[in-house]
Ligand binder design. Sequence first.
Ligand SMILES: Cc1cc2nc3c(=O)[nH]c(=O)nc-3n(C[C@H](O)[C@H](O)[C@H](O)COP(=O)(O)O)c2cc1C
Length: 317
Amino acid sequence: MTAADDTSLLHGGDPSADLSSFRQALGQFATGVTVVAADGETGPFAVTANSFQSVSLEPPLILWSLRRQSSKIASFLQADHFAVNVLAASQTELAGHFARSGGDKFAACEWSRGLHGVPLLAGVAAHFECAKVAEHDGGDHVVFIGKVERYACFDRSGLIFAQGRYALAISHPGRPSDLQIDGHPRDDFFLPLLARAYAYLAGAFSEHHSAEGVTTAESRVLAFLATGSGASAEAIAARTFLGENTVQDALAKLIAGGHVAPRPPGALVITESGLALLGRITARARAFEAEKLADLPAEDVAATRRVLRELAARGGG
Ligand SMILES: Cc1cc2nc3c(=O)[nH]c(=O)nc-3n(C[C@H](O)[C@H](O)[C@H](O)COP(=O)(O)O)c2cc1C
């Protein structure tokens, strides 16, 4: 089967024909999120980066890349050392914080200095203190190679970035098994049950977004704008757990489709057509849920919803 025969094909071909589609394809590769930080003449500086990669174990080498257009490119080219802070699942705000330029970024967060003064953020999943050993041309980016001089790994789950949005790493639900743990069926624990139920429902719902011609990100942006008008792209990214590029791409498409209108200076509002589209997506969600639960006793569904709501509230959801 060729790509063109696959009915799930969204787009493809020459990357230069549509950069946002190309970026969407790259976003199918899930990464973690890091804040790469160094110390300079005017104090510490840092950027959020998901281009981090391990390269070699012996010697211990890693890489990351920075846009040539970045306001920090000169500082990183000058720095001999840098730290890669691998963000923990709870640190989405920190990711947004270091993805915005301007201001004293370090005044608002807890950090300390490591080897050669590199900034180490508190509460991360891991950090790597590196000596810069090479810089390579990477088109519109510069690729930095670092040799890890010291690292620390903490008992925290890392934040994930996939399909242009922040995500959590949950274990793959795997296949149902009849394994018992201390006489309790392993599959009957809440966590594996929730994971498998989630995988079943989430996979099945994405086709409804496609049927309305929107991505999950566009639907999330619309839902956020419906809660109050006049938001900026930055505020939308912070509240929807989407990356800023994803928000920009989603907004461009929603504006072109007449579902969102820019209201100067810099504010965005949902239009009548946007509200109608959101209404259709919500109706699909309701119908989808009703269909999946139709053959289950109503009182069981109501009790399950109460339990899930309570657990979500305890987790701050
Ligand atoms: C999740 C995420 C990952 C990012 N990864 C990179 C990256 O690997 N390289 C890069 O140059 N910019 C990346 N960025 C964008 C930079 O963080 C952002 O452009 C920069 O911090 C803004 O400051 P500047 O304009 O001064 O560079 C990322 C942003 C986010 C939200």
